[in-house]
Design a protein around this ligand. Structure first.
Ligand code: PLP
Length: 369
């Protein structure tokens, strides 16, 4: 049998992770949050839990490390990366045994699943911590009915001996694009207070959301009782915070992760396809603008590696992404002052969504520096 792990990849494309810059960004976010008495779950799913990067989150003092996939938590545990792990996606019924074995805390929105976690935890003679989620309008996970949430909290508190109710949380700005505001945070605090009234004790955690909620820390308007956030994007790449939120992020690196791909063709070609236009390799019918003959580069990397060609950004001035298919990317380099030739490497800053694909791609080499 051939061991597939021993097949060495071509050196490119590669994803370069700068651990010093990563650590700097983590430290800045932790310091901002800690000043506001907020502990931070470092969300490591954006780069699929690449171990060396995960270590930086653990060493920097994140209260937990969070990811949506149990498999990542299991792998990191097996690699010996010791941390408190938080499962960000509400558990599947079929994975509760793994959840209680490998995750310390999970976000939850279903009493049947929580009961199953309790049974699994009892069997494993463990305690499992939960944060119950309230849906405040973004329409992904979470209880919609407040009474149902409070009842769930009461059941956990009074009946489920192996589940520890740590607190309540919410998630915004994911499916429904809902903006985290002071009002939404106050709504969550109100829900926490309803739970506290019912169970007769104070909750330890009120988890106000993800990077989008971190913006309230940056503009110093986060209500006091919010004491926990789950942050990934805001650490790894927050280039859209100034644009969308008007926030200053000058002290943050935008190139913690960079993508490098190799040039396989350089040629002058027309900008408008020649012949009868039908559909592209993804079954779509894009618009093409005729800009005459221009100098273009073909790279050996494609949608399989980064999914969205408009979400990765060439570092060189005058280099523009004009399209891609599964395994190729086309750049316009007509306005580039530097010469680019076959065999050269083109470097990109990457968005949060593209790093998710790249870090999960067996064709991309991951390099730490
Ligand atoms: C992904 C995720 C986060 C982290 O989101 P970022 O935008 O990367 O900060 C937080 N909470 C939940 C429930 C998530 O799924």
């Amino acid at each position: 049998m051939i061991n597939l792990n021993s097949i060495t990849n071509a050196p490119y494309p590669r994803l370069v992770v700068d651990l010093k810059k990563l650590r700097h960004n983590i430290d800045v976010v932790l310091s901002n949050c800690n000043k506001a008495n907020i502990s931070v779950c470092g969300a490591i799913k954006g780069f699929n839990g690449l171990p060396e990067a995960v270590k930086q989150f653990a060493e920097a003092g994140c209260s937990q490390l969070g990811t949506s996939r149990m498999r990542t938590i299991k792998e990191l545990t097996m690699l010996g990366i010791d941390a408190k792990y938080l499962l960000l996606r509400v558990p599947m019924l079929s994975e509760v045994e793994d959840v209680v074995e490998y995750a310390d805390v999970s976000l939850n929105s279903d009493i049947e699943v929580i009961r199953a976690l309790n049974d699994a935890a009892a069997k494993a003679e463990k305690l499992h911590e939960v944060i119950i989620m309230a849906d405040l309008g973004d329409l992904r996970e979470g209880f919609w009915d407040k009474e149902e949430l409070v009842n769930c909290a009461e059941i956990i508190e009074k009946e489920l001996d192996n589940i520890v109710l740590k607190g309540v949380g919410t998630n915004l700005g994911c499916y429904g694009s809902i903006k985290p505001t002071v009002e939404k945070m106050n709504e969550l605090i109100l829900i926490a207070e309803l739970v506290e009234e019912r169970i007769g004790r104070r909750l330890e955690i009120i988890s106000g959301g993800a990077t989008s909620s971190y913006t309230l820390v940056l503009n110093q308007s986060m209500p006091e009782r919010i004491n926990h956030l789950r942050i990934g994007e805001g650490i790894l790449n927050d280039y859209d915070l100034p644009e969308i939120w008007g926030l200053n992020i000058e002290n943050m690196y935008q190139d913690v992760l960079t993508f490098e791909a190799e040039v396989i063709e350089v040629r002058n070609k027309p900008t408008h396809p020649v012949g009868e236009i039908c559909i592209d390799s993804f079954g779509r019918k894009p618009e093409y603008i005729d800009r005459g003959i221009r100098k273009r580069v073909l790279l050996a990397a494609g949608k399989l590696d980064f999914a969205l060609n408009d979400k990765i950004f060439p570092q060189k001035e005058g280099v523009e992404v004009i399209g891609s298919s599964s395994d190729h990317m086309i750049l316009d380099i007509e306005d580039s002052k530097e010469e680019i030739k076959v065999g050269d490497i083109v470097t990109f800053n990457v968005s949060y969504p593209s790093m998710m694909y790249m870090s999960n791609d067996k064709y991309v080499n991951v390099i730490y520096k």
